[in-house]
Design a protein around this ligand. Sequence first.
Ligand code: MBD
Ligand code: FE
Length: 298
Amino acid sequence: MENTMTETQAAMRKENEGTAVEAGSRATERFTASGKLATLDVPKERVSLLAGAAIKAINDIAVEHQVTYEEYHALKAWLIKVGTDGEWPLFLDVWLEHTIEDVNSAERPGAVGTIEGPYYVPEAPVLPTPATLQMREDEPGTPLLFKGRFTDTDGKALQGAQVEIWHADAHGFYSQYAPELPEWLFRGTVKADENGCFEINTKRPAPYQIPTDGACGQLIAAAGWHAWRPAHIHIKVSAPGHQPVTQQLYFPGDPHNEDDIASAVKPELMLDPRPRTDGGEGEEVVYDYVLAREGQTK
Ligand code: MBD
Ligand code: FE
């Protein structure tokens, strides 16, 4: 009896599995298959410096906190599990990428960036503005019209600009990282018009919970932390001759804006949802992008 499941339980289990380890390991598969690895080339001096500093930092922690063999073995078991669960991209993007992004964007003028996270997919379908992202029939969620304009740092309209956008659905799932969602659900590449303006019709995403049944979830539970990111929309903006920006936009009032597990919220990235000016259902947000020229610094 205890080994039988109702169909509903089986379906729920399948759905949960899809949100968990599967999402993490798909991020690993994609990163491995992306071809990025073949082009990576870090000089010996930097490897020695960075690996040496990282090893020293961990050894210092072992002394400072008098790490026991029990704890050392728990660490070893857990590190092995991060790999077998395919959750290294998830782990790194949640707990390290925010610092890498800060370091690398400090001198770039214009639009503020934040982390990319593990669920970007390049080459999403190209949509002319005004665009509507792919949705299912009866897609749940509040309709959201996202409008904006591209300029350079002199205030001139930018030609050839585009917005790559991806976000979770109203249940917090990303297409291509959860089973049974249409391939390009809530993913698109939107080309701005000749004035640098764009309009994107979509639906408000739900807050996102880090998969709880993989190694990262195990760490979160063992430490007594929470697993949440505030609701967010991922964006990559670019224009010929200009520096691209990867960012996320957030909604005021989300309880996790203040304690994002991925530390990726910045005040400049907060949206200001308003009733729609076109009389349509749902809400409207306006966000404008200033892009720096290639090589331009603050
Ligand atoms: C996400 O959706 C995300 O944006 C980050 C940074 C980590 C895990 C899931
Ligand atoms: Fe995300």
